[in-house]
Design a protein around this ligand. Structure first.
Ligand SMILES: O=C(O)C1=C[C@@H](OP(=O)(O)O)[C@@H](O)[C@H](O)C1
Ligand SMILES: C=C(OP(=O)(O)O)C(=O)O
Length: 407
């Protein structure tokens, strides 16, 4: 349990932003598929990336990814397509996160995969890949983009290549674009026939020096901090204007909540511009689901009524994030009401204003983003965060950075 005293941000302080685990995990898998591996710079310290590195290096029969979604999904496709025999498993929560769409896709390409507990969920055994059975694949895009990224990254190794067609709604689209961008940076041609169809011929990845970008998802917590303190300003070192990460959308999302941003040499300057919207706001998280918790807590604290759309994937992430927000924001008298569940919810502020005299204990549900989304509240009040070490999944230095930029 971490007790946070009431703090204030040091004006103009610098936060050195951690590398993105999403970009890093793609670079690591692509590198492992390349004939000659590249030198990767600015590797992420996130546990999800360190787990990926360790598993690729140890090459043991059981690959336990812990709670890392990308590691599970990307390594499943990697093992299947490169004909490695593996048992894929993870935490209790990972065993509740669906993977059937990816396993079905790999099976139709020729992989022999057997579920060991529940159909459609880890753990499962990857047994063999004898020969490619299909060169055209249809995949649903409405559950997790990580399945699509996993198939795309391994597709160049298929002897007959692949035509991939996406069906239904496509969620988390920028992550698919990030995958294609990285594949291209590693010398592979991906033909985008249209928004839903891709063609990849058999090709080899060519190694090139690659540096992982700083993490826009992690940056969102500093936007929230600046939103919660009048007259504050921070410099987020390492963030780039031209980024492959969809979570760069935090710049637009936070503007009605009082934050302005400007790119400068070496990073992004953000400051509180002093005007918080008085009108209800509609936000769409379909392209940036990992930002939903940060924005939800910020709206609650600023007494902003908000309509959150595109939140369907929140229910199958590290925890059921909609439920977790509902339960924790209730401690402040703020209501999260699902409408058209699981796609949308409303956030209704406390009619008496956000309470700052209470000292709540925030439960994190083993979800790093619950801990980090609630942490900026320490600029308004004292609070306690349960299981603070959860941040290690994506942002191990988060608490040290918070100490550094506050007094
Ligand atoms: O590909 C990626 O790196 C990710 C894709 C997203 O997941 P979904 O596609 O399941 O929404 C995101 O929530 C996750 O943190 C990272
Ligand atoms: C959803 C997340 O990660 P993953 O799906 O890779 O476990 C996240 O980091 O918020």
């Amino acid at each position: 349990m971490l007790s946070l005293t009431k703090k204030s941000l040091t004006k103009g302080a610098t936060v050195p932003m951690e590398a993105s685990k999403s970009e890093c995990n793609r670079a690591l898998v692509i590198n492992a598929l390349a004939e000659k591996p590249a030198k990767l710079n600015n590797i992420s310290n996130a546990r999800d990336s360190q787990t990926m590195i360790r598993l690729l290096r140890e090459d043991q029969e059981i690959w336990d990814v812990l709670d890392a979604g990308t590691t599970m999904r990307f390594l499943t496709a990697y093992a299947a397509i490169t004909n490695r025999k593996k048992i894929m498993t993870g935490t209790a929560r990972m065993q509740e996160r669906p993977i059937g769409i990816l396993v079905d896709a790999l099976r139709s390409l020729g992989a022999d995969i057997e579920y060991l507990k529940n159909d459609g969920f880890p753990p499962f055994k990857i047994k063999s890949f004898d020969q490619q059975k299909a060169d055209t694949l249809e995949m649903r895009g409405d559950t997790s983009s990580q399945y699509i990224s996993a198939i795309l990254m391994t597709a160049p190794l298929l002897p007959k290549g692949l035509k991939l067609n996406l069906t239904g709604d496509v969620n988390s689209r920028p992550y698919i674009e990030m995958t294609i961008d990285l594949m291209r940076q590693f010398g592979v041609e991906v033909k985008e026939i249209n928004e839903r169809s891709f063609e990849i011929s058999p090709q080899s990845y060519t190694a090139s020096a690659f540096s992982v970008e700083s993490d826009w998802s992690g940056a969102s917590y500093w936007f929230s901090a600046v939103a919660l303190q009048k007259d504050s300003e921070l410099f987020l070192r390492g963030l780039k204007e031209h980024s492959t990460q969809g979570d760069k959308a935090i710049i637009e999302l936070m503007n009605p909540l009082g934050v302005s941003a400007r790119f400068e040499e070496g990073g992004l300057r953000i400051w509180n511009h002093g005007e918080v919207t008085k009108n209800p706001v509609v936000f769409d998280f379909n392209k940036c689901p990992d930002l939903a918790q940060t924005v939800a807590v910020t709206c609650a604290a600023l007494n902003v009524t908000a309509h959150f759309k595109g939140v369907q994937s929140l229910r199958i992430k590290e925890t059921d994030r909609t439920l977790a927000l509902q339960e924790q924001l209730a401690k402040f008298g703020v209501t999260v009401s699902p409408i058209n569940d699981p796609f949308e919810f409303m956030i209704t502020p406390n009619a008496d204003g956000f309470p700052t005299k209470i000292k709540p204990v925030i439960n994190t549900y083993e979800d790093h983003r619950m801990a980090m989304a609630f942490a900026p509240l320490c600029l308004l009040m004292e609070l306690e965060i349960e299981e603070e070490e959860v941040v290690k999944k994506s942002y191990p230095d988060f608490w040290q950075d918070l100490e550094k930029v506050t007094v």
